[in-house]
Write a new protein. Structure first.
Length: 208
């Protein structure tokens, strides 16, 4: 699924037809994301982007905690519209961006922190992985932080009907290239709404 049109059609269908709290990646409490973000010591006016945020509550929780420059980018307009609706008036304080992350080009260095839980592992070809790294390199300011969570080497091989690329810190470092220094790697287990355990690898990188 390498074209923007195919990716858009797939995820637009997912978010238009499925209950958000029934999909395997549903997480009502993004505790680890919040912990890692706070651990960076970011200023409350730092620019944060949640990549592929879908209907995650993370953006709203960040706004509630005083972060004033939070954006969510997702390829599916349906996900963004529902997420905005979920947050009510709080959603007006989030910037919602409908874009394919592989083709998206915000202003260079616009963001201080890039958060991606379970998007990067859907990019399985060298071309798509290179495009992901290029977007990240373009969007993140020098010295900025990237928090990326993917299925671990012992995690699922497929998700949402799609083959995934499982990673550890070494493979993500190779994917991102020498502009990014791995500062932290940790394992985590996500339990799906159906009760299945999924092994994740979480990595924190700093851009040079």
């Amino acid at each position: 699924m390498s074209s923007t049109e195919d990716r858009h059609a797939h995820w637009q269908d997912v978010w238009s037809t499925k209950d958000h709290d029934k999909v395997s990646w549903f997480q009502d409490d993004p505790a680890l994301s919040l912990h890692l973000i706070h651990q960076t010591g970011l200023r409350r006016d730092a620019a944060i982007v949640d990549v592929g945020g879908g209907r995650s509550p993370l953006a709203g929780l960040l706004v509630e905690q005083g972060f004033s420059n939070v954006a969510v980018v997702d390829i599916a307009e349906a996900a963004l519209a529902r997420a905005h609706q979920d947050l009510g008036t709080l959603g007006d304080d989030v910037t919602w961006i409908a874009a394919d992350v592989l083709r998206w080009r915000p202003a260079p260095g616009l963001f201080d922190l890039w958060h991606d839980r379970a998007v990067c592992h859907f990019f399985t070809t060298p071309e798509d992985q290179a495009a992901y790294a290029e977007t990240l390199r373009h969007a993140l300011a020098p010295g900025g932080i990237a928090i990326i969570a993917t299925f671990a080497p012992d995690g699922p091989e497929r998700c949402s009907g799609l083959t995934v690329a499982r990673h550890d810190g070494a493979s993500l470092s190779a994917l991102l290239g020498g502009d990014f220094i791995l500062e932290q790697e940790r394992a985590d287990t996500h339990v799906t709404p159906g009760g299945s355990a999924q092994r994740f690898c979480w990595c924190v990188f700093r851009r040079l």
